[in-house]
Design a protein around this ligand. Structure first.
Ligand SMILES: Nc1ncnc2c1ncn2[C@@H]1O[C@H](COP(=O)(O)OP(=O)(O)OP(=O)(O)O)[C@@H](O)[C@H]1O
Ligand SMILES: [Mg+2]
Length: 284
């Protein structure tokens, strides 16, 4: 079982190595990187390439680790207990009818090996990763209500993504294989664009990439545009049929690139960029 990239996803050599290392070690792959650098998509592509179903758990600030294991639906049970019919009363007697399986439970009990994505783990509070240590390590957990031990039939291939909003605890890190998706260099970026827009004119791509990296390398930006923003922008340029000359910016007017809202996402960054264009014009 080895991941060798896919037609829809450009994986660099070190990313493929990391995925395969995690598979070999049977440890979760912890993927970090700027927003929009393909962390979530990696899990989707690897699972497709390896022919495994993908179970996804999208973490929010309110998500608790327990929700991934199971939840006891006390409200339904109470409601059923108030109904007089016989069917409800037999149902109420067995607590198992009110245990709702979480995504980890489903991954553990699946008949075939699955991939499991725990997306944006840094959104939850600090206890969240700590609460999952044992489950990730031993691949088992205990259901207190039914006194049952749920143990993984097959170890799922686990992907965990983080945007670095919070530090993860050391004990958690110890259990993972780590990979940071570096921002793609120009060559890799060209390949990524090619996947999304095959046959794009080289001049247009060159000019757009130049503008994109100029914007990105601007010191002091609050939010640097990333891969997905470049892709959005290119899509717009194509849809609006923006002529190449506009991008090559031969005119002397102070101007930011067309449709810059796809690249820069707040007014300070736009102002900064305008200033730079202005200064460059006066230095010439
Ligand atoms: N290596 C790549 N190959 C092909 N497409 C890519 C690649 N990296 C990013 N993309 C494109 O960028 C988009 C965003 O990727 P994705 O949602 O996986 O980012 P992310 O890192 O999970 O971002 P966030 O941290 O905001 O969730 C994808 O839908 C895809 O179109
Ligand atoms: Mg994501």
């Amino acid at each position: 079982m080895k991941f060798q990239g896919s037609d829809n996803y450009v994986a660099t050599q070190d990313l493929m190595l990391a995925v395969n290392a995690a598979i070999t070690l049977q440890r979760p792959l912890l993927v970090k990187g700027e927003p929009g650098t393909g962390k979530t998509m990696l899990a989707e592509e690897v699972s497709t390439a390896l022919g495994m179903p993908l179970l996804q758990w999208h973490v929010k600030s309110t998500t608790k680790a327990q929700q991934g294991l199971y939840e006891y639906d006390a409200v339904s049970r109470l409601r059923d207990s108030q109904l007089a019919d016989e069917e409800s009363s037999t149902k109420v007697r067995d607590i198992r009818n009110y245990i709702v399986q979480g995504v980890l439970w489903q991954a553990f009990t699946s008949d075939r090996p699955v991939a499991l994505l725990i997306d944006e783990i840094d959104k939850a509070d600090i206890e969240f990763p700590n609460d999952l240590l044992r489950e990730i390590d031993r691949m088992e957990f205990y259901v207190y209500e039914t006194r049952e031990l749920v143990r993984a039939k097959h170890r799922p291939l686990v992907f965990i993504t983080s945007n670095n909003e919070k530090e993860l605890p050391d004990a958690f890190l110890r259990r993972c294989f780590f990979h940071y998706i570096k921002f793609p260099d120009a060559d890799t970026m060209k390949q990524i664009v090619d996947v999304h827009f095959p046959g794009l004119k080289q001049e247009l791509l060159g000019a757009a990439m130049k503008t994109f990296y100029d914007v990105r390398n601007l010191p002091g930006l609050k939010k640097k545009p990333s891969t997905s923003e470049l892709l959005d922008w290119l899509k717009l340029l194509l849809a609006e049929d923006i002529p190449l000359e506009v991008l090559q910016n031969k005119d002397e007017k102070v101007s930011v690139p067309p449709l810059v809202g796809a690249l820069l996402k707040n007014e300070q960054d736009v102002t900064l960029f305008e200033k730079l264009v202005f200064m460059q014009r006066h230095n010439r």
